[in-house]
Write a protein that binds this ligand. Structure first.
Ligand SMILES: O=C(O)CCC(=O)C(=O)O
Ligand SMILES: [Fe+2]
Length: 309
C-alpha cells in the first residue's frame, strides 16, 4: 500500500467519455487574478471563494524548493514507486505525491511556510475565534506533482459530505505553487462561487470549472467550502508541483499526527507558533491529558495551546 493510500477512491469518469450532466458555472464578474493586495485577496475570497496571493516567495525560492521536492520524489521512487504515486484521490498512476512530514523532516523551508504570516492571518479571519483562544492546527500537508498525461481529479470539497455547508468553513486551504500553474500542466480547477452553494457536492454531475493560473511563488487560497480539483495535465513536457496545506480549528482531528511523525531533532529550537500549529500541546479545549508515554524528546517540545499569533 502506498503511503497515504489507505483507501482507493472510486474513479469518477473523467474526459471525453463522461456522460454525466454538466452543471454550468453560475458566477458573474471577473475571476480572481494574482495580487499582493490583502484587501483584494479578502474580497476575492468572499466573492469567488478563492484568491491568488502573488509573490509570496520569490521565483528563485520556488525553483529551489521545487528542485528539492523533485530530488526527494526521485529518491523515494528509486526505493519503491508505491511510496509516491496513486494516492486514493488520484485517478491514475502518473501524478506524484509526497507527505509534508517527509519534506519537513528534511528541509527547513517546508517547516517555515507553515508559520508564514499570510496563511495564519487569513486562517484567523476565516475560521474566527476559538474556545479559550487555542491555536489552530495544521490539518493536512503534502505535495502534489502533476505529470504529462495525468487525468483531472474529481471535483470535490476538502470536507466531509456529511457536514452541512451551512456550518461554514472548517478549514482554510493554501496551495503553494512551486511551478507556474497553467491550464496545460494541470493548474488547480476551481468552481467560483461554489462556496455559497446550499446543495452538497455530487459525483453524478460534471462541474464546469476554471483553472487557477498563477506564477511560481504564488499561493492559491480557498476553504473547504469551495469545489475544486487538480487539473488534467495535457502537456507533453510540463510538470506542476504544488504544496498543499490545510489549517483547522483545535478541536478538529488533523489528518497527520505530527508529534509522532516529525523527527524531534528538527523541531529543537523551533518557534512556539510552529509547535502550536503542529499540535505539540497536551491541552485541548482546556483539558490537559498528559503525554505520559511519549518519548522525552517529544515531551520536551510541548507548549501551551493559547494562540499568540
Ligand atoms: O493539487 C491540486 O491542484 C489540488 C489537489 C486537491 O484538491 C486535493 O488533493 O484535495
Ligand atoms: Fe482538494
Amino acid at each position: 500500500m502506498a503511503t497515504g493510500n489507505a483507501k482507493r477512491q472510486v474513479t469518477h469518469n473523467m474526459g471525453a467519455m463522461d456522460t454525466r450532466p454538466v452543471k454550468h458555472l453560475e458566477f458573474d464578474g471577473p475571476l480572481p487574478q494574482p495580487t499582493k493586495d490583502m484587501d483584494q485577496i479578502r474580497a476575492d475570497l468572499d466573492r469567488a471563494g478563492y484568491a491568488i496571493a502573488a509573490e509570496v516567495v520569490s521565483r528563485d525560492k520556488a525553483r529551489e524548493m521545487r528542485d528539492f521536492l523533485a530530488a526527494e520524489i526521485a529518491r523515494e521512487e528509486a526505493i519503491d514507486e508505491e511510496r509516491v504515486r496513486r494516492f486514493y484521490t488520484d485517478n491514475d498512476d502518473l501524478n506524484r505525491r509526497m507527505s509534508g512530514c517527509h519534506l519537513m523532516n528534511r528541509e527547513r523551508f517546508f517547516r517555515d511556510i507553515l508559520e508564514h504570516e499570510m496563511p495564519l492571518q487569513l486562517t484567523r479571519e476565516l475560521l474566527g475565534p476559538q474556545t479559550l483562544d487555542e491555536s489552530y492546527l495544521v490539518h493536512s500537508y503534502g505535495a502534489n506533482v502533476t505529470r504529462p498525461g495525468s487525468a483531472q481529479q474529481g471535483i470535490h470539497r476538502d470536507r466531509s459530505g456529511a457536514m452541512p455547508l451551512s456550518a461554514g468553513a472548517a478549514q482554510t486551504r493554501f496551495i503553494w505553487c512551486l511551478d507556474d500553474f497553467v491550464e496545460a500542466n494541470g493548474a488547480t480547477r476551481m468552481v467560483p462561487g461554489s462556496h455559497r452553494d446550499t446543495e452538497p457536492q455530487s459525483w453524478a454531475v460534471q462541474y464546469e470549472s476554471v483553472p487557477a493560473e498563477a506564477p511560481a511563488g504564488s499561493v492559491l487560497i480557498y476553504t473547504d467550502l469551495l469545489l475544486h480539483g487538480t487539473g488534467a495535465n495535457t502537456s507533453t513536457d510540463l510538470e506542476r508541483a504544488g504544496v498543499i496545506v490545510g489549517y483547522c480549528p483545535p478541536w478538529w482531528k488533523p489528518m497527520i499526527n505530527f508529534p509522532m511523525t516529525i523527527d524531534p531533532e528538527v523541531m529543537k529550537g523551533s518557534s512556539k507558533v510552529l509547535r502550536q500549529i503542529l499540535g505539540y500541546s497536551s491541552v485541548s479545549v482546556g483539558f490537559d491529558e498528559p503525554w505520559t508515554y511519549a518519548p522525552d524528546a517529544v515531551k520536551d517540545l510541548i507548549v501551551p495551546p493559547e494562540m499568540e499569533w
